[in-house]
Ligand binder design. Structure first.
Ligand code: NCD
Length: 340
């Protein structure tokens, strides 16, 4: 049997921001539509507007071979300072489908590797006439820093353990379908490595703004102390979190952001916190299983659950393209208006 968890949860490790407030990161305000820096502070009306727009793009995408000129002439640099498959490909695909000019950028082979600062490098790129910067960076707050200084719209594609707003939006779109448009009175269990998860933070902000409740569960070392002040309930076991929930989101163990020793072993983690078929029976009938990917099959999620009938993992990925179309169009419109 697995060992009892310590009762005192430590502060999140490696996070350069404090729970629950990170005022330096919250700027510029979410009302500045040129940027999408996070879901924190976004209103129900703003979220609903983006989700409705994503629904429109999803319908157009579903007809196949979408190639339109919505963003014709809009130059978008995709600056990824961390590994990514689905987020990067999904942004690039959305940019191509909307007729934008996508510009790939990787730190290796750029002047950042010669010692130039991030801001100087991006100032240079924007001076060439780039309109939008999509940025993923290991340091929380990097997108906000760029938004404060660049004459371009900035979209956060994941900043450390802080936020991942387009992932949050695609999760909301997926849940809106599963829950037939109603968030009030619904509950979701988010389980696993909450401490290092920008996906969890964005989901929490978005779900609360739309009226759903969030239960968290994970090893004591991976659920940060104080996270209840974001309005979440912290369950004592995976079973308690799953009981009667309308959805569950499993999180990857983010070993690249973790100090050694936060989990005893992957086997023990899987036994205590892994989603398997037996545990899914605790959920409400009709509840869905989510995972942002990439998945560690057999660790946080059993293969038969990942591929099972309740899994909406591939719907999440598909919704990601529609959400990124909506976000890019929203930001590009605001950039054009600000420059007019
Ligand atoms: C996530 C990320 O990079 O934050 N993946 C994603 O974008 N879909 C989650 C993860 O890496 O575990």
């Amino acid at each position: 049997m697995s060992q009892a968890q310590p009762t005192v949860r430590p502060e999140p490790s490696g996070a350069a921001f404090s729970y629950p407030d990170c005022p330096a990161i919250a700027e510029p305000s979410p009302a500045d539509r040129r940027h999408l820096l996070g879901l924190e502070g976004m209103t129900r009306a703003e979220l609903t507007e983006i989700l409705d727009s994503a629904g429109h793009w999803r319908e157009r995408l579903s007809r196949g071979r979408l190639a339109c000129d919505e963003l014709a002439g809009v130059a978008v640099v995709n600056a990824f300072f961390e590994d990514s498959t689905r987020t990067r490909v999904s942004f690039e695909l959305a940019e191509h489908r909307l007729g934008a000019i996508p510009i790939p950028f990787s730190p290796a082979g750029s002047s950042v590797s010669k010692g130039e600062s991030l801001l100087d490098t991006l100032h240079t790129i924007v001076a060439m006439g780039v309109d939008l910067v999509v940025v993923r960076h290991p340091s929380p707050g990097t997108p906000a820093l760029l938004a404060r200084h660049l004459e371009a719209g900035v979209v956060n594609a994941g900043d450390g353990a802080h936020e991942h707003p387009t992932q949050g939006l695609l999760d909301l779109l997926t849940l809106r379908d599963a829950w037939h448009g109603r968030f009030e009175g619904r509950s979701i269990a988010i389980v696993g490595d909450v401490a290092h998860s920008r996906v969890a933070r964005s989901a929490i902000f978005g779900l609360h703004a739309l009226g759903a409740s969030v239960r968290l569960a994970g090893p004591a070392t991976l659920v940060p102390r104080g996270i209840e002040s974001l309005g979440c309930e912290v369950a004592e076991s995976l079973e308690q979190a799953l009981q009667g929930a309308d959805a569950v989101m499993a999180l990857r163990l983010q070993r690249e952001r973790m100090e050694a020793g936060l989990v005893p072993s992957l086997g023990e983690y899987a036994r205590e916190w892994g989603l398997d078929a037996a545990r899914l029976r605790l959920l409400e009938p009709g509840a869905v299983v989510m995972h942002p990917g990439p998945m560690n099959r057999g660790v946080e999620i059993a293969p038969e659950v990942a591929d099972g009938e309740r899994s909406v993992v591939l719907a999440q990925v598909a919704n990601g393209v529609a959400v990124r179309c909506a976000v890019l169009a929203r930001c590009a419109t605001a950039v054009a208006e600000a420059r007019a």
